[in-house]
Design a protein around this ligand. Structure first.
Ligand code: ADP
Ligand code: ADP
Length: 224
């Protein structure tokens, strides 16, 4: 069955709804692209599904549990342990080395420094950026920074990876390589990927596409 299901989601920030009745579902290990023009509500959908934003109405169920029924602390704990995140701009911690950045999510889950950094090093290798481990984010290229961000997003082996325009700031060659590495790693670890993008060549790495238009999304996979 589905791992994560959003139903009839609505969210308004002003007079025009950002989400106006959106449905979405994803199976374990599935890669689903959320497509649509700028401003159509893709990021808002991702934020609702990840429990970062509370929808005004509708439901989000993860593993059979309604997210809104969890206390804030429960939702935070779920995000830390079961979800991973990667955004357009890596959002790495500038004061930490790349290795420390990748180790950070494990450290926040209580893993000791040595084992956390050993796993982080493996992930940097897997993303083919082992050489930047001792550098700070300000000293690496955009492509390298996004690979570090992908490593950080998967180091905890999340069940769902939320990726919002993960290659939006890269040139097409770097973008394609990052998408290849990201989807390979997600498939190896059986992470489901909610991939927000407006680019067809990024969506090409997905198993399936869901289109958002004016805050409305119809996901037929839940019905079929
Ligand atoms: P997309 O990801 O498809 O570009 P968004 O979900 O970011 O679309 O935005 C959908 C609409 O909601 C846009 O009109 C946007 O300006 C508005 N919006 C999104 N987030 C906020 C926010 N935090 N505050 C106010 N308006 C927002
Ligand atoms: P990529 O192919 O990932 O875009 P580049 O060709 O841009 O990499 O960068 C090559 C090398 O230059 C990298 O090893 C990186 O360390 C260095 N570099 C790139 N951008 C920057 C930057 N903004 N600041 C410091 N060093 C950089």
């Amino acid at each position: 069955g589905s791992l994560l299901i959003g139903s009839a989601l609505r969210k308004s920030y002003g007079p025009t709804p950002a989400l106006d009745g959106a449905d979405f579902s994803i199976h374990p290990a599935e890669v689903v692209a959320v497509m649509g023009p700028s401003g159509s509500g893709k990021s808002t959908l991702l934020h609702c599904l990840a429990g970062i934003v509370q929808p005004d109405s509708g439901s989000v169920r993860y593993n059979g549990r309604e997210l809104s029924s969890l206390p804030d602390r429960g939702r935070s704990a779920l995000r830390r342990s079961e979800f991973g995140f990667v955004f357009q701009f890596g959002q790495l911690v500038p004061e930490l080395t790349c290795l420390e950045n990748v180790a950070l999510p494990l450290r926040l889950c209580g893993t000791g420094r040595k084992p956390a950094e050993a796993q982080a090093a493996e992930w940097l290798e897997r993303l083919e950026v082992d050489d930047v481990r001792g550098k700070r984010p300000g000293e690496v290229s955009g492509g390298q920074g996004q690979r570090v961000a992908v490593a950080r997003s998967l180091v905890t082996r999340p069940r769902v990876l939320f990726a919002d325009e993960p290659t939006g700031a890269l040139d097409s060659l770097n973008g394609e390589r990052v998408m290849q590495l990201l989807t390979d790693a997600a498939r190896d670890t059986r992470a489901a990927v909610v991939l927000v993008t407006h680019e067809a060549r990024v969506a090409a790495y997905s198993d399936r596409e869901v289109v958002v238009r004016d805050g409305k999304a119809r996901d037929m996979a839940g019905v079929l």
